[in-house]
Design a protein around this ligand. Structure first.
Ligand code: FE2
Ligand code: FE2
Length: 306
């Protein structure tokens, strides 16, 4: 039985609860150390056994099926988006250690997309014969906030980095969008609650096994982003300001991505039985720990103009 403790890595991501409340200038793992960790943490998305998962999905109520498919669709398309939009950051490496790590992250994201594609084909039963068709079907599930974050903000940040990979401000914007907001605040939070739902109900052992590997990869990715921001925004007021502005712009958008269809984003909503207050608090605490390690606090929201 996989436990939720497995989602918290023994080393790496300072947002993980195990080592979060330490001094502000935490010694973080370097890109070379994260690259070497990647070599030790390989896994195979095509070899996970989904036979029990197929039975478990068939046994769910229609309402539970809808709810689970909706939340997993955000992950599936999210993994496709981050795989394709990552290239600009690989081009923006500043030394060969960073270049090596960034190349691993792009292939990790492709593996995550492949894992979800297999689950949608073999367990959920999406039967379009081509990958593109399956992605289009799954996209129908997503909300407007998803489009704003993944199709607009992430794509724009990637384009600006590709236009000039040496633009450090564009790199701060991209890493804040990708590693802090999408991976750190959103994906790891969603992963925690989806895994908890499956473990508490003792269902989907294959999915939980794969998702544990995905979470370990994501912690490595977020650890890189935290390291980069500590070296840059943590040392330069203008870059710190840029990171804070990006967080202020995107955190409200990210908060809407996990709101299921038909539920009021401004009120109390829930995913798989977990209330929005608990989900939001989990994401906010993880982000706060990472910002503490970076050395740049989250700015209080500005009051709306009268
Ligand atoms: Fe991923
Ligand atoms: Fe990632």
């Amino acid at each position: 039985m996989v436990t939720l403790g497995a989602l918290v890595p023994e080393q790496g991501d300072p947002g993980a609860a195990a080592n979060g409340d330490q001094a502000s200038k935490l010694k973080l793992q370097t890109p070379q150390e994260l690259y070497e960790l990647w070599e030790r943490q390989h896994w195979r998305s095509q070899e996970i056994d989904f036979s029990q998962d197929k039975q478990d999905f068939a046994n769910l109520s229609d309402e539970a099926k809808d709810s689970l498919v909706w939340v997993l669709s955000t992950f599936f398309i999210g993994e496709e988006r981050v795989t394709t939009q990552f290239s600009g950051l690989v081009m923006a490496y500043e030394d060969e250690h960073e270049e090596s790590f960034l190349a691993t992250q792009q292939v990790d994201e492709a593996r995550h997309m492949q894992f979800f594609d297999r689950f949608y084909r073999e367990v959920i039963g999406i039967d379009d014969p081509d990958f593109e068709g399956r992605l289009s079907r799954v996209r129908e599930e997503l909300n407007e906030a998803f489009g704003k974050l993944f199709d607009e903000a992430l794509v724009d940040a990637g384009k600006r980095l590709i236009a000039d990979p040496s633009d450090r401000g564009a790199k701060i914007d991209f890493i804040t969008t990708y590693h802090m907001v999408i991976e750190g605040a959103l994906a790891l939070t969603g992963q925690y609650f989806v895994t908890r739902f499956m473990e508490e109900n003792e269902i989907f052992p294959g999915f939980v096994e794969g998702f544990e590997h995905v979470a370990r990869d994501e912690h490595r990715h977020v650890a890189y982003g935290t390291w980069y921001l500590q070296q840059t925004a943590g040392e330069d007021d203008a870059l710190a300001e840029r990171m804070q502005q990006k967080l202020q712009e995107l955190l409200p958008v990210a908060a809407g991505v996990l709101v299921p269809p038909g539920q009021d984003p401004t009120g109390e909503w829930e995913i798989l039985g977990y209330p929005s207050s608990e989900i939001t608090e989990f994401g906010f605490k993880s982000l706060s720990r990472r910002l503490k390690a970076i050395g740049v606090p989250l700015r209080a929201p500005q009051p709306a103009a009268a």
